[in-house]
Design a protein around this ligand. Structure first.
Ligand code: FAD
Ligand code: AMP
Length: 480
């Protein structure tokens, strides 16, 4: 008999959720995690809880409060005098939030009877896993089902070797102990814009160098244009078509860096106190797979899986950042649940078409479904409804009225195909549309629902009404 019904490798949001769900379904479940703290105790939660979603949002929230206190409170008639920032205290608060949540996973493991196994797991053949702990001691465990959830790590590029002091990756950027005077960010992707925003709000002069000419090419371009305008106004100097080609540390460690980049006018240089490299992430499979384990990878290093996250080896699954699809915590978690359910004999599947994505700048940028550009490319005829937050009573009351909600619906059937929002609480607003789309909603259905007043979600209501020329609080676009 195998040691476990289910053995998960990796306790990030894909792995720990899979483990908890499997245990809830009555399966004997273990979860192997190599991350340990200074006291050699296992740390759960992976990138998301430790150095990703949660700490970045903690700093985004702290820095947004600072920005509002410095620049916005007087609009409300509140005077606070000179606003200061204690960066080490801000970082310490972030760490406290992280500790609370990672400790929470350990508690959930206990409550659900998931056995946490500390060490690095390696998949051997015949569904065996070799676990090596931090002292080098190994044990071999067997399981009827194995779920690989080893996640991803930041990509490094040769021009800017990471030293986690002057040239940092996203992890190092969550640890600055003071506000850099001049901060370079390589990559205007989700992480680059979020981390750039944190330090810009606190007073750093931030220059974002992005190799590609388009800004946020995966985002609906009307929203991307609005985002570019708003973020530039906030002080992010976003330089598109700027490919970083080299860097030189100045006067040794701790004294800044000169970065060389090329744009359409030729080679340029910029000096920075700190440089954050945010050029994407890659699946992490180092030492995860024995040569003869039978699991296949694709040409980009992702573990190859089918729609059910099954690998080429029966009984071995892979979920989260280590497999195709957007590198998002909630995508991995849902895959984890699906795999656990299927192992337990249920029939679960996942709707990859409705995975929402969010950029947590202020205002937030959130989307689900197709963009206008995608619909055009696919030759789908559609109607558009849009509503600006400038016309939302609640947004104006909060002095937070930049951005818009945009809903795209099939011209023939009125079925909602996409929702794109830049604005206050965009993530939560878009989520309401995700639920509606899951039930194949029409724009009319949303329009017929009753929305609370005054609330930001009224902008979703009005955008849905506008799809069919029925918005009340803006002039409707002429119907086609
Ligand atoms: P991970 O979270 O990377 O976890 C993998 C775990 O496996 C790690 O704990 C690792 O130590 C362990 N492991 C690896 N190999 C082994 C092994 N051989 N043996 C044992 N253990 C192993 N996503 C969002 O959805 N929303 C956000 O707002 C968001 N913000 C982000 C901000 C930043 C700065 C970053 C870097 C990422 C952000 N992400 C966000 C992405 C999100 O963190 C990832 O998509 C998510 O963590 C992936 O989950 P995962 O479980 O697949 O992998
Ligand atoms: P994302 O994949 O969303 O994390 O975004 C990473 C961004 O980094 C992409 O938009 C890339 O175009 C950008 N990028 C990658 N390499 C370079 C480089 N050498 N210089 C500037 N930008 C880069």
């Amino acid at each position: 008999m195998a040691d476990y019904d289910v053995l998960v490798i990796g306790a990030g949001p894909a792995g720990y959720v899979a483990a908890i769900r499997a245990a809830q379904l009555g399966l004997k479940t273990g979860c192997v995690e190599k991350w340990i703290d200074d006291e050699q105790k296992p740390v759960y939660g992976g990138t998301c809880l430790n150095v990703g979603c949660i700490p970045s949002k903690a700093l985004l929230d702290s820095s947004q409060k600072y920005a509002e206190a410095s620049r916005d409170f007087d609009t409300h008639g509140i005077s606070v005098g000179k606003v200061g920032i204690d960066v080490p205290a801000m970082i310490a608060r972030k760490e406290k939030v992280v500790k609370q949540l990672t400790g929470g996973i350990a508690g959930l493991f206990r409550a659900n009877k998931v056995t946490g196994i500390s060490g690095a797991g390696k998949l051997l053949k015949d569904k065996q896993v070799e676990v090596t702990d931090h002292t080098g001691k190994t044990q071999t465990l067997s399981a009827d089902n194995i779920i690989l959830a080893a996640g991803s790590v930041p990509i490094e590029i040769p021009p800017t070797p990471i030293d986690q002091d002057v040239i940092v990756d996203s992890t190092g950027a969550l640890e600055f102990q003071e506000v850099p005077g001049r901060l370079g960010v390589i990559g205007a992707g989700v992480i680059g814009l979020e981390l750039g925003s944190v330090w810009a709000r606190l007073g750093a002069e931030v220059i974002v160098l992005e190799a590609v000419d388009a800004f946020l090419p995966m985002v609906d371009q009307q929203i991307a244009k609005e985002a570019h305008k708003i973020l530039s106004k906030q002080g992010l100097d976003i330089r598109l078509g700027a490919k970083v080609t080299g860097s030189t540390l100045k006067k040794g460690k701790g004294n800044g860096v000169t970065v060389t980049y090329e744009d359409k006018d030729g080679e340029k240089k910029e000096d920075f106190d700190k440089l954050i490299v945010c050029v994407g992430r890659r699946p992490f499979t180092e030492s995860l797979l024995a040569d003869d384990c039978g699991v296949e990878k694709d040409e980009r290093g992702y573990i190859e899986v089918n729609d059910d996250c099954a690998t080429s080896v029966p009984g071995v699954y892979a979920v989260g950042d280590i497999v195709r699809g957007p590198m998002l915590a909630h995508k991995g978690s849902e895959e984890g649940v699906m795999v656990a359910e299927n192992i337990a004999g249920h029939k679960a599947s996942m709707n990859y078409d409705l995975v929402p994505s969010v950029i947590y700048t202020h205002p937030e940028i959130a989307a689900v479904g197709k963009t206008e550009e995608q619909l055009k490319e696919e030759g789908v005829e559609y109607n558009v409804g849009a509503f600006p937050f400038a016309a939302s009573g609640r947004a104006l009351a909060a002095n937070d009225s930049e951005g818009l909600v945009k809903i795209l619906a099939d011209k023939a059937t009125d079925r909602v195909l996409g929702c794109h929002i830049i604005g206050p609480s965009a993530a939560d607003l878009a989520q309401t549309v995700v639920v509606a789309m899951e039930f194949s909603t029409s724009a009319e259905d949303i329009g017929l629902s009753v929305f609370s007043h005054p609330a930001l979600c009224e902008a979703v209501h009005e955008a849905a009404l506008a799809v069919n020329g029925r918005a009340i609080h803006i002039a409707n676009r002429k119907k086609k």
